[in-house]
Structures are given as structure tokens and as C-alpha cells.
Design a protein around this ligand. Structure first.
Ligand code: HEM
Length: 465
């Protein structure tokens, strides 16, 4: 019972944005959807009127999957959601990331670089395993063997995160428009959605309970679970903590994977960008070590590469739809309570006036002619790919540190090119690699990845952390 293919959503909304401008309204089966296409309107509604524009819509498919009352992402605006956000703040603030997470990132990224040396063709798989290794270690204190092909928790998180992403796209599942369908039995014709939901629910249960239980059994290891247990109040049953941990894993998985896959794809097509980033690193840190967090401020071009990857293909091109909790009027438009309000990040990041020639990949657009970062782009909160207002991604400091460090390390260590003479889709066809769901997921693609020099390969293998 699919209404529209998710593949069409980005192109459909882009065409409507071009035709109707800053903001437009759609209505289907009594559901009002407002799409915001400029940063100015987004700031007014999501930030200045955030008390009205921070709710989420009730989503029967997510409830059937077990996500609806579990993940902060989908919780209605209110006290329970606030309790989730507080725990995210406790575990994923800049200072906590610096003190408790940088060493985990360095260790797992180093392992990833070794995997790239040994088996470069499987780079996307190594990206996924690195992600799993980082988040599992930080949240649950659990080491996974990154040479293992499958990790049960990671597969469950990936499957359930992907399914959740689809479930919030308008029109993806008919049961969201006709909630009465959720009461029909699974065998009823057209109730395929129920078997999908049942399968996903198992995965959700696995990540929420499985990881936490395991962490409780080995409390001698440092982990976010250990911190949460130590600070738990008498009234807290630990349910929110479990959900926050499970959600962190699922929220990190798809978004970060997409961002890093986009990075590899764009580097494959842009050797000149790699050369300039590598030259900057050689000048700043020399050839005898790999970059680390302390080098970040001195590497503006590498930072510009990161910002341009986040702009060129935001992992969530429509963020996660917000909902109004009261009636509102904006510029003479009446926006009723319960309207779904979509921040069209894609349109904002392709605004010709702000990003001339927006589909071209040009890191230098974030730099002054002297090669310094533009002042407006130095704050992480200016990265639109992390969403809006009170629902702004609470994992952004973690993602920012992780994604930057991976990009800098790969650029320092490797050259990325096409695997065959004519393997490249050509710069114009690159977007075809991405599906157009809520999360811009990539299909598999090929790259040739080789160490820049024998010396750098040795440096990676012998790096002491
Ligand atoms: C490159 C990586 C990431 C990107 C691009 C990203 C992007 C986003 C976006 C666009 C939203 C929706 C904001 C809105 O509704 O306006 C969001 C929400 C969220 N993200 Fe992230 N995210 C990333 C990584 C992470 C990580 C690593 C975590 C966990 C530690 C995380 C946890 C969350 C949560 C819990 C929410 C829901 C917030 C709420 O509804 O209050 N994200 N993210």
C-alpha cells in the first residue's frame, strides 16, 4: 500500500518550491502539509515561534513498529520528550564528547584506516562497521570485532532506522492517512504494512533492550549506560535511558553512513579537491603523523570540504517533519493546529542566491579569498543539515567530531579515484546514486582507494594511540 515512490519526493518538492516560492501548502485526505523552502521562513517559524512549531505528528506506522513512543525523534512535544533531550544533552554535549569520546573515535577510525589498507573495495562496509564500533563502544561500552561481517545489533539498528525514515515520509504508507487500517489483521488483503511493522518491531526491541542489558552485565567498562545508571534518580525506572541509548544508535547509523558515503563519492569525482586538502595538511602538520582534533582549527580547507559535503547532499534533505501544536497565521496564511511542517533543507542548500551553481561541489564557497573560513560558517549551529529550532539534532556535536575526523584521516592517508576507466557516472549523474527517501540513502558504488605513499601506509599501520 505505497502511495508514492519515495524516489520522487526530492524532485517533486524541488519543482514545487521553484514554482511557489518560500512556502507552499499541500493537502491530502484532510492532512495539511506546509513546506518551507527558505532559511528566513524556517528561522521565523521553527526558531522564533518554536513553542508552536516543535511537535511531531502521530504516526500509526511508527507506533506499529514500536518507534512512536520510543525515539525522541518521534515523540510529541512535551515533558517526556524533554526528559529524553536532557539525557541526550548529558551524553552528547561538546564537553562530554571531548572528554569521553575523542579517544574512542581515534581508536575506531584508526582500525577503519587499517581496514581500508587491507581491503579497499569494501569501503562502505568498513564505514558501517566503524560506525557500529564507535557508537556501541561509547553508548554500551561494547567492543565489536570490526572484522566480523555482521553484528546483530547493528543490523537491527540499520533496518529499523531505515524503516522509520520511510514511515515519516508523507504518502509512503496508506495507514498513516487512514489510521483505521491499523486495526485490520495482517492476513487481510493489502495489509502488507503489518508484516513490515512486525518485523521492524522485533529489531527495535532488540536494540532498546539487548544493548542495555548487555551493558548492565559489564559495568566495569566505561559507557554512557554506566553514567546514566550512576545518575539515575529513585523515580526513574530506566526506561527513558534505554530508549535514549537505542535511539542514539539508530539515529547515528543512517545519517552518518550517508554523509561518509557522499564524501567518498565526491572525492572520487574531485581529485583536485583531494590534492588541495592534502597540500594543506602537509603544510600544517607535516608528513610524519595523521591529523587529530587539535589540528582542526588550522585546516580551513578540510573544514570547507566537510561543510560542502553536508551541503551537497544533506543526509535528511527534509529534516524530520515538525507539527504545529496551535493554530497560527504567517504572512496572511492560516496554518491550522496539527499541520505537518517540512523544513525543505534541500531547497535551502540549493538556493542559487546563497550558493551560486549549487549542484557543483565547491568547498571554496565557504572560504574567503585568503583561504579563511567565512565567519558565518564557523558555528556548528549554522549547518542546516542538522535541522531546526528546538528539534535540532542533539547528536550534532558527536556527528560533527566523528565525520570531520574520518574525512581528515582519509584525505591524509589515501587517494580516492574511479575503480575503472569509465566507472564514474559523470558529475551530472552522481545524484542518481542516492535514493530520495527521508534519508538520502546511497546505492552501492565503486571507488579505487590506495595509500598516498608507502610511508603513509606504514604510518597508519604503526600508529600508536
Ligand atoms: C551526520 C550525521 C547526522 C545528521 C545529518 C543528523 C541530522 C538530524 C536532523 C536533520 C534531525 C531532525 C531535526 C528536526 O526535526 O528539525 C535530527 C534529529 C535527531 N538526531 Fe540527528 N543527525 C546526525 C547524527 C546524529 C547522531 C550521531 C545522533 C545521536 C547521538 C543523532 C540523534 C538525533 C535525535 C535523537 C534526533 C531527534 C531530536 C528531536 O526530535 O528532538 N543524530 N538529526
Amino acid at each position: 500500500m505505497k502511495l508514492i515512490e519515495s524516489k520522487q519526493i526530492r524532485s517533486t518538492y524541488s519543482a514545487l518550491a521553484r514554482r511557489y516560492g518560500d512556502i507552499f501548502h499541500l493537502s491530502a485526505l484532510g492532512q495539511h502539509t506546509v513546506v518551507i523552502n527558505t532559511l528566513e521562513v524556517a528561522e521565523e517559524l521553527f526558531s522564533r515561534r518554536s513553542h508552536i512549531y516543535s511537535d511531531r505528528i502521530e504516526n500509526p506506522m511508527l507506533n506499529l513498529m514500536g518507534w512512536g513512543r520510543t525515539a525522541a525523534v518521534f515523540l510529541p512535544y512535551g515533558e517526556i520528550w524533554r526528559a529524553h533531550r536532557r539525557l541526550f544533552q548529558q551524553g552528547f554535549s561538546t564537553s562530554v564528547i571531548r572528554t569521553s569520546c575523542h579517544h574512542i573515535l581515534s581508536e575506531k577510525i584508526h582500525r577503519f584506516l587499517c581496514n581500508l589498507l587491507d581491503d579497499p573495495e569494501d569501503f562502505l562496509h568498513h564505514v558501517e562497521l566503524m560506525l557500529g564500533a564507535v557508537v556501541l563502544k561509547y553508548v554500551y561500552g561494547r567492543d565489536i570485532d570490526v572484522s566480523a561481517r555482521e553484528d546483530v545489533l547493528f543490523s537491527a539498528a540499520t533496518r529499523s532506522a531505515r524503516a522509520a525514515g520511510e514511515a515519516v515520509m508523507p504518502g509512503r504508507w496508506l495507514v498513516n492517512s487512514l489510521p483505521a487500517l491499523q486495526f485490520l489483521p495482517e492476513w487481510f488483503p493489502g495489509c502488507y504494512f503489518r508484516s513490515v511493522a512486525r518485523e521492524v518491531k522485533e529489531c527495535v526491541k532488540q536494540i532498546i533492550d539487548g544493548g542495555y542489558e548487555e551493558a548492565l552485565r559489564c559495568m566495569e567498562t566505561d559507557s554512557f549506560v554506566k553514567t546514566l545508571e550512576a545518575t539515575k534518580t529513585r523515580h526513574d525506572t530506566g526506561q527513558i535511558a534505554r530508549k535514549v541509548c537505542g535511539t542514539a544508535y539508530a539515529a547515528a547509523a543512517e545519517t552518518s553512513r550517508t554523509t561518509l558515503a557522499t564524501f567518498f563519492l565526491l572525492m572520487r569525482e574531485h581529485p583536485e579537491v583531494q590534492r588541495r586538502a592534502q597540500q594543506e595538511m602537509t603544510e600544517v602538520i607535516g608528513a610524519n603523523r595523521l591529523p587529530d582534533f587539535s589540528d582542526r582549527a588550522a585546516l580551513p580547507y578540510v573544514q570547507a570540504v566537510y561543510l560542502e559535503v553536508m551541503r551537497w547532499m544533506p543526509a535528511l534533505p527534509f529534516a524530520v517533519p515538525h507539527t504545529t501544536s496551535e493554530d497560527d497565521v504567517y504572512m496572511g496564511y492560516y496554518i491550522p493546529k496539527g499541520s505537518m511542517v517540512i523544513g525543505n533543507i534541500w531547497a535551502m542548500l540549493n538556493d542559487e542566491n546563497k550558493y551560486p551553481d549549487p549542484r557543483a561541489f565547491k568547498p571554496e564557497r565557504f572560504l574567503t579569498p585568503e583561504g579563511k573560513l567565512l565567519a558565518k560558517d564557523t558555528d556548528i549551529n549554522s549547518i542546516l543539515a542538522y535541522g531546526f529550532g528546538r528539534r535540532l539534532c542533539p547528536g550534532r556535536h558527536f556527528a560533527d567530531a566523528f565525520v570531520w575526523h574520518v574525512m581528515a584521516s582519509v584525505l591524509a592517508g589515501f587517494n580516492i579515484g574511479s575503480s575503472k576507466e569509465n566507472d564514474s557516472q559523470g558529475k551530472d549523474g552522481l545524484e542518481d546514486v542516492f535514493n530520495e527517501g527521508l534519508v538520502s540513502h546511497t546505492a552501492p558504488f565503486e571507488c579505487s582507494i590506495a595509500p598516498r605513499t608507502l610511508e603513509v601506509a606504514d604510518l597508519i599501520r604503526n600508529q600508536i594511540l
